[in-house]
Design a protein around this ligand. Structure first.
Ligand code: SF4
Length: 363
């Protein structure tokens, strides 16, 4: 059952927070062909993914490598076409026949910030060049004076001062955090309504990650930008995101307000991710466990729950049937046979404890 079928029957608000979402993703699926032209094999990178992005909020996608979160961002940025599904932006499916200018509007309104701040800037050009280009291409300024002033303003917004000095620097003269701030300034230059931040802090030193997360928070608050924040770090999702969705093997398995998801996780995989978060008071959690099972093949996925090989709660039905969506409360849903579809399961999340399987967080 698709998530929106649940949301539209009144169990969960489509936006999660009231009001129309800025982006509504519906049953998005992406298969990548493998083995050349003669082969019919495909990698099921994304299957039937649905979620909403409320205006001016941060939605996190959390999961291990290969869970499909970056594929989701690339599809939303229209860097790759989907196999099926809808991306509804401001009430219109942008994948259906559309006038060219509408497509250009979408590409300008929805900007992406990549994981690698070292590779995303051209080393032979100064910072000024990287900001000048989008301003010119999208005709945001007129004349050199206005362009210079806007560049300085953008650098100021992302906390790079003094702007005139920073604008003249080359990428090699900046730290990783400063480069990532330039990447945010470049995305900001076209006045986007949505930013897709794909692991924006994972390549940065821990000490400067918080500065970038605070920048996202400021852009959300001061500029009303909606963010899709992609991360393998569920702790940072709690810090920055209003809503968190957990992905596993190309599917969404749980979604809720971030605080509720962390405090009352329902899906065994969410519990597994949380068990890997270091606790400064207790040291590393010790529940993690012996190795048990592997991530299933995405070329020949099993008919049942993809987490079954690793799940300590697996039942016979888990091997055979894909679990449907269960609504735990108005904003919290889970895809797991432990929660019968449609059951109002307040408090059920507390019954799963001591998850002891191997976590495999890579980046
Ligand atoms: Fe575990 Fe079954 Fe739930 Fe999958 S559906 S997470 S195997 S209990």
């Amino acid at each position: 059952m698709a998530i929106e079928q649940v949301t539209r029957n009144g169990a969960v608000d489509p936006s999660g927070y009231g009001g129309q979402p800025v982006i509504d993703v519906r049953n998005l699926t992406k298969h990548f062909p493998v083995g050349g032209f003669v082969s019919k094999q495909v990698v099921h990178a994304l299957e039937d993914v649905s979620f909403s992005m409320p205006r001016g909020e941060v939605v996190a996608l959390v999961g291990e490598s290969g869970s499909g979160k970056s594929t989701t961002a690339r599809l939303l940025a229209r860097l790759i076409p989907p196999t099926s599904g809808e991306i509804v932006y401001e009430g219109k499916d942008i994948l259906k026949s559309e006038p060219r200018h509408a497509s250009l509007d979408y590409r300008s309104d929805v900007q992406m910030v990549f994981q690698d701040p070292f590779g995303s800037l051209n080393p032979v050009h100064p910072v000024r060049y990287h900001l000048e280009r989008p301003l010119k291409i999208h005709k945001k300024t007129r004349g050199r004076g206005q362009t210079r002033d806007r560049i300085h303003e953008l650098l100021d917004i992302v906390g790079l001062t003094p702007p005139a000095e920073v604008a003249a620097k080359y990428p090699y003269q900046l730290s990783g955090g400063q480069r990532q701030r330039v990447a945010f300034a470049r995305a900001l230059a076209v006045e986007p309504r949505v930013m897709l931040a794909d692991e924006p802090v994972s390549m940065l030193d821990v000490s400067i990650r918080i500065g970038i997360l605070n920048l996202i928070e400021r852009l959300k608050e001061d500029h009303g930008i909606s963010f899709l924040y992609i991360t393998h770090d569920i702790a940072s999702a709690r810090y920055i995101a209003d809503q968190t969705n957990v992905m596993y093997a190309g599917r969404m398995v749980e979604g809720a307000e971030s605080t509720e998801l962390i405090d009352e996780p329902a899906h065994p995989y969410t519990k597994l991710l949380l068990s890997a978060v270091p606790n400064p008071h207790a040291g590393l959690r010790t529940e993690e466990a012996p190795s048990r099972g592997e991530i299933p093949s995405l070329i020949d996925p099993p008919p049942g729950c993809p987490f079954e090989p690793r799940c300590p709660y697996a039942m016979d039905v888990c091997k055979q049937e894909m679990p449907g969506i269960s609504s735990l409360n108005r904003r919290h849903w889970v895809r797991c046979h432990l929660y019968p579809a449609g059951e109002a399961a307040a408090g059920m999340s507390g019954k799963l404890t001591n998850v002891s399987v191997q976590v495999n967080v890579r980046n």
